[in-house]
Design a protein. Structure first.
Length: 499
């Protein structure tokens, strides 16, 4: 007899879910030292879902002391890699076990469709933790080619106390991009989630301890950037900050390092990624679907969003018509409906920013081809239609600045040289793409683009095995892959005289 598939009623689940709302320090939940809280808003309704501890400097001091004590005691930092691996694999398993709870929490907290939270964010987070768990006992140190009377050992050691500051667009996944390599290499981590989406971070801290992570190795301090974030970045006993967020705040992190202990600062910041479609593109339907997904997925709230379409003038209308058609099929809907493809913007401030850029595009002379409006106002939530501009020029704000919303700016070009020049003519360099059937063109354009990731005949098609990060003001260092483990380790030379 065939068993019917279980269907989850997400609205019913949402009415009963309980959140962890206090800071997590030294293996325990605790209120902020001041007793203050801040409100978490459901972006789909505009209503409060929780009051969360608003941590400040005193809370950060306690968290750093806990992390330092755990690091020095060595229960984690000096644990055999194979043993750390077992704990992290258990952590990954528990994330999967609680996938529905975590997915629902993510959707209620930041507005993305439940289908994305369940099928992309939570599995991706669990896979990230498991990948670094599997890697940690397979990475070797080095022996230098020394003379016969000497031995040169080149080893990597954990950097110590890591402050991880993550954004609100992929709260759980971005946290795990930091946690995976930082914990695998033996560090203690203090996670500062965005005040707009702190809830999954607070829950996975408890899950990590259940998996066997020693107390103090993983602490979470929710709060605002100018309080908890600044206190963490300025702290003299934090050895490293791994930050994902805006370029404006990324610059501030570098200043904080100079004002404190010259801690290492690793940045993954903004982007204005060009998606170049050459006249000889092999499959224009596929290119158009990828272009739409590249800007409308996750409500356009992606640092690597394909927010600039650079399309050859001979196929502009054909490409744009198809993109608009896809966009109309992605009308914003209730994030708790599994059929919804486009959720809510994270809060009213961000929605106003997006609408401000749309207004700027209109006033700047761009042609609004589709969308451009707030919708579903009756819900109380913050929804914006998929929006497409053409007739955009490089002097317009929508061509140069990061919108962080579902807004596509389309520009045309006549030849490859013009396309590359426009692509590189911004302060960002996070991601880019080129669509062509000519392998020589693909290689030439990929080499010429100043971006950390270049996709060829696809967009956003990578995985955990390759590094992710940017050129120019999109940041430094890399998340994902074995390369990210270098951020959380110190390189030591030990020279032994054998004479």
């Amino acid at each position: 007899m065939k068993r019917e598939a279980k269907t989850t009623n997400w609205r019913d689940r949402a009415s009963t879910i309980q959140f962890r709302t206090e800071a997590f320090i030294d293996g325990k939940y605790r209120p902020s030292a001041s007793g203050e809280t801040f409100v978490c808003i459901n972006p789909a309704t505009g209503k409060s879902v929780a009051q969360v501890a608003a941590c400040g400097q005193r809370d950060v001091e306690v968290a750093v002391a806990s992390a330092r004590r755990a690091f020095e005691e060595g229960h984690w930092s000096r644990m055999a890699p194979a043993s750390r691996k077992k704990v992290l694999l258990r952590f990954s398993e528990l994330i999967r076990k609680h996938r529905e709870e975590l997915a629902l929490t993510e959707t209620l907290d930041m507005g993305k469709p439940i289908s994305d939270s369940l099928q992309i964010d939570v599995p991706g987070a669990a896979r990230c933790i498991a990948w670094y768990a599997e890697a940690v006992d397979k990475v070797y140190d080095e022996i230098a080619p020394t003379p016969h009377d000497a031995l040169g050992l080149i080893t990597r050691e954990p950097v110590g106390v890591v402050g991880a500051i993550v954004p609100w667009n992929f709260p759980l996944l971005m946290a795990c991009w930091k946690l995976g390599p930082a914990l695998a290499t033996g560090n203690s981590v203090i996670l500062k989630p965005s005040e707009k989406s702190p809830l999954t971070a607070l829950r996975i801290a408890e899950i990590a301890v259940e998996a066997g992570l020693p107390e103090g190795v993983f602490n979470v301090v929710p709060g605002f950037g100018h309080t908890a974030g600044e206190a963490l970045a300025l702290h003299m006993d934090v050895d490293c900050i791994a930050f994902t967020g805006s370029t404006r705040i990324g610059r501030r992190m570098l200043e904080y390092a100079g004002r404190s202990n010259m801690k290492r600062i690793w940045l993954e910041c903004g982007g204005k990624s060009p998606n170049i479609v050459m006249a000889d593109v092999a499959d224009i339907d596929r290119a158009a679907k990828a272009a739409a997904a590249g800007i409308f997925f996750n409500q356009g709230e992606m640092c690597s969003a394909a927010s600039r379409l650079l399309v050859h003038e001979s196929i502009r209308d054909q490409m744009l018509d198809k993109i608009i058609e896809v966009g109309k099929a992605m009308a914003p809907g209730d994030p708790l409906d599994p059929a919804t493809k486009l959720g809510a913007i994270v809060d009213q401030a961000q929605m106003n920013t997006v609408l401000g850029y749309i207004d700027s595009g209109r006033k700047g002379g761009a042609n609004l081809r589709s969308g451009g409006q707030r919708v579903r106002e009756e819900s109380g939530g913050f929804f914006v239609e998929p929006t497409v501009f053409d007739g955009v020029t490089m002097d317009m704000r929508i061509a140069r600045e990061e919108v962080f919303g579902p807004v596509l700016a389309a520009l045309t070009f006549k030849n490859m040289g013009d396309a590359v020049k426009m692509a590189n003519d911004v302060m960002y360099g996070l991601a880019a793409a080129v669509w062509t059937r000519d392998i020589t063109t693909a290689h030439r354009v990929a080499k010429a683009l100043r971006a950390g990731t270049v996709y060829v005949n696809c967009y956003d098609g990578d995985d955990i095995t390759v590094p992710f990060g940017g050129f120019k003001q999109s940041g430094n260092g890399r998340d994902k892959s074995l390369h990210s483990m270098h951020k959380y380790t110190e390189l030591k030379t030990t020279w032994i005289d054998l004479s």
